[in-house]
Design a protein around this ligand. Structure first.
Ligand SMILES: Cc1cc2nc3c(=O)[nH]c(=O)nc-3n(C[C@H](O)[C@H](O)[C@H](O)COP(=O)(O)OP(=O)(O)OC[C@H]3O[C@@H](n4cnc5c(N)ncnc54)[C@H](O)[C@@H]3O)c2cc1C
Length: 379
């Protein structure tokens, strides 16, 4: 007996945010889409993250525009799929003159930011945006209204059901794609054929196209994350919070000439933080828990162990800028994302009709929807 080859216009490997974003972009163009996910539900980077859509981190120009387009799509999708989200905005809290100098230079050199409502706030104005801010020693803050917060665990679980209901996207969960010979895919559940195959397989570099991944410069970045229990009595964090270390982390601030003296001071005062790539973000989930992280460790393969000294450093820095009603940690995990350092993503075309999209680093929630529209439009 021969088993029939099943057909789709677009086949996607991976039901993380990158795969889901491509499924949406293709389905919105009227294409028949099938998504293969090896696990019974996605458990990779897309559920390990903060859920922060963070345009303020992206450098001005194309990437910032892509982040803002993604933000708009997230808002549409959250509304249509009834996903929890909070348009919380963000505060970079500034306790030192050199941190304030970077924020001011960033605003002075970014006309776009002014138009979006990014501005400096006084300590009194800051306290109206979040009750958690440590007021002692605070000089000012960089306020941005563009950041939104989604619940990645809810969103990544719910989006497949919504994509099926709204656009007829087929999902094959628990189905690994074992080989691709375009236009054919060999899967654990038989053969499929698709005019376009988009491989969004995240950190799974060793299964499909291993030689290409090995030569690509991709790495895996390991991060330690923490979460409190729900805060008491419906306490609300308000804006997502971060402080001076975050200015070193994101590309948006890299053109600022005032960044070099800040880096020099932080290197001298907080060498462990710089060595471990620690910067600290604080956001709140739909259930009122507070998500806290992270550090950055880059390698091809990582051991699975988390280090208490890294968690302790993250929490020590957090408590310098945030005062929480209930700071006890209820959950810890290690997250891993794929990254091509120095690049915003990796896009390869290993064969006619096959596109690999990977390496979105720490900005996959922020950039995937916009990137996917660009990729699908170019197929
Ligand atoms: C701790 C942490 C915090 C982060 N915080 C943020 C944040 O706040 N904001 C932000 O913008 N970004 C954040 N990120 C980054 C973001 O989470 C990632 O960029 C993004 O999730 C990557 O998505 P992905 O779809 O490429 O990978 P994944 O989510 O790993 O999805 C890939 C999927 O492909 C499947 N797969 C692989 N091979 C096969 C195969 N052969 N057949 C079938 N299925 C296959 C895997 O099972 C997996 O489910 C964070 C990441 C981490 C780890």
């Amino acid at each position: 007996m021969t088993t029939q080859t099943q057909q789709a216009d677009v086949a996607i490997v991976g039901a993380g945010i990158v795969g889901l974003a491509h499924a949406l972009a293709a389905a919105r163009r009227g294409l028949r889409v099938v998504v293969f996910e090896q696990h019974t539900h996605a458990v990779g980077a897309s559920v390990q993250n903060f859920g922060l859509v963070w345009p303020i981190g992206q450098p001005a120009g194309h990437l910032h525009n892509r982040a803002m387009r993604s933000r708009a799509i997230w808002l549409e999708v959250c509304q249509q799929a009834q996903l929890w989200h909070a348009a919380s905005g963000s505060l970079h809290l500034l306790y030192h003159a050199d941190e304030e100098a970077v924020a001011l230079e960033y605003l002075e050199t970014s006309a776009e930011s002014h138009a979006l409502g990014r501005t400096m706030l006084t300590p009194a104005e800051v306290s109206a945006k979040s009750p958690a801010v440590q007021a002692e020693g605070l000089r000012s803050a960089l306020w941005s209204p563009t950041e939104i917060n989604v619940d990645p665990r809810q969103a990544i679980r719910t989006l497949p059901q919504w994509l099926t209901a709204a656009y007829g996207v087929q999902f094959q969960f628990g189905t690994a794609v074992q080989a691709i010979h375009a236009p054919h895919l060999e899967t654990a559940a038989g053969q499929w054929q698709a005019a376009q195959i988009i491989v969004c397989s995240g950190t799974h570099f060793e299964s499909l196209y291993p030689a290409l991944y090995a030569a690509s410069g991709l790495q895996r970045c390991k991060l330690q994350m923490l979460r409190t229990a729900p805060q008491p009595a419906g306490w609300q964090l308000g804006a997502a919070l971060c402080a001076g270390l975050t200015l070193l982390h994101y590309g948006a601030f890299r053109p600022c000439t005032s960044l070099a003296p800040l880096r020099e001071r932080l290197q001298a005062e907080l060498p462990f933080y710089i060595e471990e790539g620690i910067h600290v973000l604080l956001s709140q989930t739909s259930l009122g828990e507070l998500t806290i992280g992270d550090h950055h460790e880059y390698a091809w393969s990582h051991d699975p162990f988390s280090r208490e000294n890294v968690d302790a450093a993250i929490l020590a820095y957090l408590h310098q800028f945030a005062v929480l009603p209930q700071p006890t940690i209820a959950e810890r995990w290690v997250g891993i994302y794929p990254i091509l350092r120095g690049q915003s993503e990796l896009v390869l075309h290993p064969a006619a009709g096959v596109t690999i999209v990977n390496g979105l680093g720490g900005a996959g929630m922020t950039l995937s929807f916009g990137l996917a529209e660009e990729i699908v439009a170019a197929l």
